[in-house]
Design a binder for this molecule. Structure first.
Ligand code: GLU
Length: 279
């Protein structure tokens, strides 16, 4: 298999050593015969800054990485994601959720013992059972809403049981139900990480998704979305996360560890690569 991989950072800050490791890992998996793509995941327009996109190009270029052009910038493709959401809505798999965080919290406290998944407590399903007329009325009144996946229906519709393959962890039985009725379009962003990443990986022909193991569980849900949307199923390789001398993983708030600050301090790309283990 000729690997087609991608590195998909969100421009919410400068890249750090953990990003460098992830990008180098992805490029290495593509190898000289494969294809390595860069994708900018900037759907959250409140947190992403165009200046950080330029910084991503600069920092990755400095590391010696090369990627295919044009780079897909997710914020330029909201209409694509809308079409995917429409498909799922037409299939009866999404419903509008008008709840505020506070509404959800109080309902969870009221029912007690809510199941928990990778994103916290499952949505208690308040808006799942709204009547068509109530939905239409609230939407017509301009109430803001998110779109949630009706997980029960989705599982019934999927041609399960589903599985996916991780090159490090082996074959996985997909358990998307761990997410409950997950949000696929947010109130403030007309899509979501899960929807955009699954769609784009399909659209760009990515056949080997590489990313950090902090996103391992997301793949259970992505596998279900692939099934519902008749998308090809890539292989995965969730890599370990690089940690600093304190044993903690690098994070964007950790300013001293950005690639640009290392460069400004006079470190060479080769020295930085050595720190990631990819020298
Ligand atoms: N954009 C995501 C992030 O920066 C990564 C998405 C992915 O690789 O699937 O954490």
């Amino acid at each position: 298999m000729t690997a087609i991989t991608r590195f998909a950072p969100s421009p919410t800050g400068f890249l750090h050593l953990g990003h460098a490791a992830s990008a180098l890992f992805s490029a290495k998996q593509a190898g000289p015969d494969g294809r390595f793509l860069l994708r900018i995941e900037d759907i959250d327009q409140t947190r992403c800054r165009p200046g950080y996109i330029d910084a991503i190009y600069e920092d990755l270029g400095w590391l010696g990485l090369q990627w295919e052009e044009p780079v897909r910038i997710q914020s330029q493709h909201f209409s694509d994601y809308q079409q995917v959401l429409d498909r799922l809505t037409d299939a009866g798999l999404l419903y509008p959720c008008f709840c505020t965080r506070k509404d959800i919290q109080s309902e969870i406290e009221r029912i007690g013992n809510a199941p928990h998944g990778p994103d916290g407590a499952h949505y208690p399903g308040t808006c799942r059972n709204c009547s068509k007329s109530e939905r239409a009325g609230r939407m017509a009144a301009g109430e803001s809403y998110a779109l949630r996946l009706d997980m029960g229906r989705a599982l019934r519709q999927a041609d399960g049981p589903l599985s996916w393959y991780d090159r490090k962890a082996g074959k996985q039985d997909a358990t998307p139900e761990i997410f409950g009725d997950v949000v696929l379009a947010r109130k403030d962003t007309p899509t979501s990480y899960h929807l955009s990443v699954t769609h784009d990986d399909h659209l760009q022909g990515i056949n080997l998704v590489t990313r950090g193991e902090d996103l391992f569980f997301a793949s259970h849900l992505h596998r279900l979305l692939q099934e519902l949307l008749s998308y090809d199923v890539p292989e995965y390789h969730h890599h370990g996360l690089l940690t600093g001398p304190d044993g903690k993983r690098f994070a964007k708030r950790d300013k001293s560890k950005t690639l640009r600050s290392m460069r400004e301090e006079g470190m060479t790309a080769v020295e930085v690569m050595a720190l990631t283990g990819f020298a």
